[in-house]
Design a protein around this ligand. Sequence first.
Ligand SMILES: Cc1cc2nc3c(=O)[nH]c(=O)nc-3n(C[C@H](O)[C@H](O)[C@H](O)COP(=O)(O)OP(=O)(O)OC[C@H]3O[C@@H](n4cnc5c(N)ncnc54)[C@H](O)[C@@H]3O)c2cc1C
Length: 460
Amino acid sequence: MNMPEVDLTQLPALEGHVAGTHPLSARSAASGLSGLTRSVVGYAPDSLWEIETARLPSALQALRRKARAFAERTLAPRALEVDALAHWPVGATPAPLASLLEEAGRAGWLTDMLPWPLGSAPLGEYRHPLVLRACLKVEEFSRVCGGQMLLLCAHTLGIAPILLTGNPNTIRRFVLPAFRALQRGEPHLFAFAITEPGAGSDVEDGMGAAQLQPGVVASRVDGGWQLNGRKCFISGGDLAQSLTVFAALEGEGMASWTCFLVNRDMPGFRPVRTELKMGMRASGAAELEFDQVFVPDSHVLGGLRKGWSLNRETLNLSRTPVAAMAVGFAQAATDIAADFACRTQLGGKALVHYQDVQLTLAQMMAETSAIRALVWQSAKTWAPRQGTASMAKFHATDVAMRVIALAQDLLGNHALLHANRLEKVYRDCRLTQIFEGTNQINRLSVVEDFQETLLARAAG
Ligand SMILES: Cc1cc2nc3c(=O)[nH]c(=O)nc-3n(C[C@H](O)[C@H](O)[C@H](O)COP(=O)(O)OP(=O)(O)OC[C@H]3O[C@@H](n4cnc5c(N)ncnc54)[C@H](O)[C@@H]3O)c2cc1C
C-alpha cells in the first residue's frame, strides 16, 4: 500500500512551541549532529511509555507490552460495565468476571509467580525479581481497570505465604494443582486473610500487634486445629478456593500467629458477605466466618508460630505492587487529561494550545514518571525490605491522588461523568491509600525499619 506523502514541515505545532521540524526544535537539533553522536544522544518522537519501556531488559519489555495488550483487549471492554453492576450476592461470579478469570487463567496471568513449566513465567522473564514483574503487570492492569486488576492480583497475595515457606513440597502440593486448573481456564483463586473486625493496622504493625487480643484463634484438636472467629475486607475471599488464613494459637498472643491453608469446602467456613464499596468494585471485599473449621496439621504453612514472619514478608512483597497500582491510576488520569485537552475546543482552539493546560500536563507526566521510577527502584530486588516498600507505597499513592486531582480540575464537570472514566480512577485509587496498611501505618513502618540508625544518631 502506498502511504500518502507527508510534508513534515507543514505539521502544526502546539501554541508556544516550534514544530518538531523547525530548525530550532529538539529533534532538528539532534539530527544536526554527526552519526556517531546521534547514536549516543538519540532523539525519536516516541511516547514516554515507549521511552521508558525501552530502558527495561528485553524480557521485561516483552512482559510490559504483553500486559498492556491484555489489559486493552480483555479488561478495557468490561471496565465501565463491571464497575456499575448491582452489588451481587456473595459467592456469585457475574458473567463478565467469570469470563475474565477464564481468559486470564488461560493467558497465564494467574500462574506467573512460578517459571514455566511449573507456572507460566518464561524463563528469561523469571530471572527478574518477582516484585518487579508484578509491578509491570499491575500498573498496566490498573491503568485500565482497578477492580479487575485487584480481582486478578489479590490472588498473588494469597499465594505469597505459600511461596515464602520456601518448602518445595508445600508448593507442589497446594499451588501446582491450582495452577493446572487455572491454565485450563478453570477457577482456583487464592486469598490472603489477616484483617479482623477488631484489627486492621494492628495486624500490620508490630507495636499494635503486641497489644492485640487476636480475634481468630486456633485450638488444638486431634490431628489438627480448629479455627474460630471472623476475618473481614478479604479481597477475593468470596470466590477463593484456597485461603491463607492467619490465626493465634489458643491462650497465646500474636507471637503465636500461624498461617493455615483453608479450603473453601472445609465445613464451618463461610464467606458471609461482601462490602458495597467505593472503588475497585469488580473485586469482592469479603467478611469470612470460621465456625469450628477443622484444619489438618498438614495445612499448617511454614510451621507453628511462623505466621507473623510470613505476614510481614508478604506485605514487604506486596506493598511495592500497591504503589504500582497508583502509577497505573496516575497514568490513566494523565492519558484521560491529555486526550480531553486535545479533543476539547475553547475560544476557537483546542485546550492543549493553552500554556497553563500544557503546564498541568507536564506536571502530571513528571509526577507519574517519578513515582514509576520510585516503584521500579524499590522493585529491583529479590529481597524486598519493609522500609523501602512502605516508602514506595505511601508516596506513590499520595502523589497519584494529586495527579488525579489535576486531571479533575482540567476536565471540569466532565471529570464527574462515569463515561469519562476519571471518576472511577479517582474512586479506585483512593483505596490504595488505605489498604495494605493505611499510609500513616506505612510511614511508621519506614521509621520502624530504620530505627536503629535513628537510635544510633540519638545516642551519638
Ligand atoms: C478494598 C480493600 C481490600 C482489602 N483487602 C484485604 C485483603 O485481601 N486481606 C486482608 O487481610 N485485609 C485486606 N484489607 C484490609 C486493609 O488492609 C485494612 O483495611 C487496612 O490495613 C486498614 O485497617 P483499618 O481499616 O482496620 O484501620 P484501623 O486499623 O482501624 O485504623 C484507623 C485509623 O487509625 C490509624 N492508626 C492505627 N494505628 C495507628 C498508630 N499506631 N499510629 C498512628 N495511627 C494509627 C490508621 O492509620 C487509621 O487512620 C482490605 C481493605 C480494603 C479497603
